[in-house]
Ligand binder design. Structure first.
Ligand code: HEM
Length: 502
């Protein structure tokens, strides 16, 4: 009896495997036949190229290796998922980023949906267009100018905390900058102080880390990428708990701001009706008050989107920038000279909007940092139809991964791509001034709405830090180990040493 049951289960298993193989070959050839003009590593039946991407650590080195071997675009396959086409050349990048048709985000973003819902980053079509139009005035320079005080107040808090690092060999700047940028995005866009730098054991920050990590793990997994399987895993519970912390904070921020507005008797007349140049959250609340279709959920999703996009990205960029400056004393000297010239003309210790515009060398340093270490190294689009371009077909349903990190290290565009050479942004180089070749903020209709905000924040912060401290390299054994966790990070930290500037 036992023998017969074993025989039966072996037969069932055999049939199951055969069927899976058949389905995989059918699925694979249906899509991959169309992709015959695009090269890529040979897939293993059933799992495709998943073995190359077992861990987060594998993503960047393997993508760079395949770029070198197969050129751009190249293709990847993951089990039964739609094919993935990786783009890292200016021609295809321009085609996709400049398009007003291919603006739908790829399936990768579905892992952000529990958190960001249909916020500006993840939505598409009419909803995205309407919200983009509504939110754009929040980045008018009149508004941005008002934020300079907030940047300075918060950099002072961070600088005070750094006093304890003076004299130590080196320290990781990223955790400090995460809290700093979180305070800034809340105080500027949301007009709410959450004092994350003071209460540095923030549950919110840990919750954001949890959801971004789970998002990346899901996008790499053959199984938990499916919602029906994911719901039965520990990760699902972990994400749900983290989301509760995030949403509770978001809701309390919105509630607090609503109450403040209600208590300001002349708010409606002066700010709402006359100036109509409102910071981000007030703009959303105004739209709601004006009866535009913005539900509480919609407001929460936009607030979550800005809290996410507005802090981790800038924290990563400033950290890598300080790291680069610490490693290049001549670059540091030039920035300090530029800052000195600007300060000498000024009667105060504060940087005005026009002072920040004058920091051309620092701007080149930031640009070169974002070239080598783009905060968002990969972004994605969905092929909403069979797309034919330059003799190549990308079948409907494919994920188009726009691999900015690869393009920004392309030796044709950026000679000696591994070297940190800010000067390349000071010469009028037509090739790299093309917005579709230099893409750390993406480009075209879905580019980063917070680009100017980020530039001002980065210049002000680095300017103030360099006034106070001299940066020096971390100990010689320190190496960055880059990973993509939605945002570019380093598993070994981003370390520098500091001395008080004499
Ligand atoms: C150094 C800092 C930053 C970098 C490198 C950066 C980069 C990017 C990139 C590459 C995208 C396109 C992403 C995609 O297509 O998936 C993007 C979109 C976006 N960014 Fe930024 N970002 C930065 C700072 C900010 C800040 C400070 C804010 C808000 C204040 C912000 C808000 C957004 C939003 C809302 C989107 C979605 C825009 C849309 O799809 O219409 N970003 N950013």
């Amino acid at each position: 009896m036992l023998l017969r049951m074993l025989e039966l289960s072996s037969v069932i298993l055999f049939v199951f495997c055969l069927l899976s193989l058949f389905l995989w070959f059918y699925f694979h050839y249906n899509y991959f036949f169309k992709l015959k003009n695009i090269l890529g590593p040979a897939p293993v039946p059933l799992i495709g190229n998943a073995l190359y991407f077992r861990e987060i650590n594998d993503i960047l080195p393997n993508l760079m290796r395949f770029k070198k071997k197969y050129g751009s675009p190249f293709k990847l396959s993951f089990g039964f998922q739609y094919p993935r086409v990786i783009i890292c050349d200016p021609k295809f990048m321009t085609f996709f980023l400049s398009s007003t048709k291919y603006i739908t985000k790829s399936e990768d973003y579905k892992f952000l949906r529990n958190w960001l819902g249909n916020g500006l980053l993840t939505s598409t079509g009419k909803e995205w267009k309407g919200h983009r139009k509504m939110i754009t005035p929040a980045f008018h320079f009149n508004i941005l100018e008002q934020f300079l005080d907030v940047f300075e107040k918060n950099v002072d808090i961070m600088i005070n905390k750094w006093e304890r690092e003076v004299g130590t060999k080196c320290f990781d700047v990223f955790p400090y900058l995460k809290l700093f940028t979180l305070d800034i995005i809340c105080e500027t866009a949301l007009r709410t102080e959450i004092n994350a730098q003071i209460d540095d054991n923030s549950d919110y920050v840990r919750a954001v880390q949890t959801v971004t990590r789970i998002m990346m793990e899901r996008s790499l997994s053959l199984f938990v990428s499916y919602e029906s399987i994911y719901k039965f895993t520990n990760k699902f519970v972990e994400e749900r708990d983290a989301l509760k912390i995030i949403n509770d904070l978001t809701d309390s921020v919105v509630k607090r701001r609503k109450e403040e507005i209600e208590n300001q008797s002349n708010y409606q007349t002066e700010e709402f009706k006359v100036k109509r140049k409102l910071a981000f959250l007030d703009l959303l609340l105004q739209a709601e008050a004006d009866g535009e279709r913005l539900s509480e959920i919609s407001i929460r999703e936009e607030v979550n989107t800005f809290m996410f996009e507005g802090h981790d990205t800038t924290a990563s960029a400033i950290s890598f920038c300080l790291f680069n400056i610490s490693q290049h004393p001549k670059v540091q000297k030039k920035i300090v000279e530029e800052l000195k010239t600007i300060s000498e003309k000024s009667s105060t210790d504060h940087y005005t909007y026009s002072d920040l515009q004058e920091m051309k060398y620092l701007e080149a340093v930031i640009k070169e940092t974002l070239r080598l270490y783009p905060s968002v190294p990969i972004f994605g689009r969905l092929a909403i139809e069979d797309i034919v371009h330059d003799g190549k077909v990308i079948p409907k349903g494919s994920t188009i991964s726009l691999f900015a990190f690869g393009l920004l290290r392309d030796p044709e565009l950026f000679p000696e791509p591994e070297k940190f050479l800010p000067e390349r942004f000071l010469n009028n180089n037509v090739k790299i001034n093309n917005p579709y070749s230099y893409v750390p903020f993406s480009a075209g209709p879905r580019n980063c709405i917070g680009q100017k905000f980020a530039m001002l924040e980065m210049k002000s912060t680095i300017g103030h830090i360099l006034r106070k401290f001299e940066l020096h390299p971390a100990d010689e054994n320190f190496r960055l180990n880059l990973i993509v966790e939605a945002i570019l990070k380093s598993t070994t930290g981003i370390k520098i040493g500091i001395k008080k500037r004499g």
